[in-house]
Write a protein that binds this ligand. Structure first.
Ligand SMILES: [Zn+2]
Length: 219
């Protein structure tokens, strides 16, 4: 029953990717880790978003063995699992090729903190890691080694990975990365934005993570 609820949650979250223009066709994927069993639910490989169902979501263990599901899991599964094995605080992982963030990735460029929204959400730059081929856990290793305290990282000439304490938090971060990348890209067309000072970034991030919004909605 518990896994059934996670499959439904994961299906609902996958709807958010095309809704927020973060993916095209079958690109992108989300996974969620069950805190109770440690099992991971992930999108099936190569299935279009409108064809996803609760039943098509794949349940795997941390070593990649399929526990439930009739389809092949996402081709990024090994990297998602690598992240979960090394980051016990992470319960959701999102991968997209969202356009503006991936434009920064295409040129191997991290996104400095030009905006208060980035200081709030990310507490620092959004780093850009090196290049790795899809298929095994090499991408997961780049994410774990390069992400620092940021909840998002760009992968050179590839795309975006985000992590979160919940899958919903990781999806929210994927939306925020793209929004910030689009604004920064626009700013770079009309001028030379200056990064916020580190101490200001720290203060903004602290305020946002401790005092903003409702106590129950804080990250
Ligand atoms: Zn990809």
């Amino acid at each position: 029953m518990r896994l059934e609820a996670l499959r439904q949650e994961l299906l609902d979250l996958h709807v958010e990717l095309p809704r927020n223009n973060l993916v095209v066709w079958t690109g992108g994927n989300i996974s969620v880790r069950d805190p109770e069993t440690g099992l991971v639910v992930i999108k099936p490989s190569g299935v279009r978003y409108q064809d996803l169902t609760v039943g098509s979501m794949i349940v795997v263990d941390l070593d990649g063995r399929v526990v439930e599901g009739a389809f092949q899991p996402s081709s990024d599964t090994a990297s998602h699992l690598y992240i979960y094995r090394r980051r016990p605080d992470v319960f959701g992982v999102v991968h997209t090729h969202s356009r503006f963030a991936t434009a920064f990735a295409a040129v191997g460029r991290s996104i400095p903190v030009y905006l208060t929204a980035q200081a709030d959400e990310f507490g620092g730059e959004i780093p850009c890691a090196g290049f790795a081929l899809i298929g095994d856990e090499a991408i997961g290793k780049l994410v774990v080694d390069g992400i620092g305290r940021s909840p998002a990282i760009l992968l050179r000439q590839h795309g975006v990975f985000t992590i979160g304490a919940t899958a919903t938090a990781a999806v929210k971060t994927a939306v925020m990365v793209e929004d910030i990348a689009a604004t920064v890209w626009a700013a770079l067309q009309i001028g030379a934005p200056e990064p916020l000072d580190d101490d200001l970034v720290e203060r903004l991030h602290h305020r946002y993570t401790t005092a903003y919004g409702q106590p129950t909605s804080r990250p």
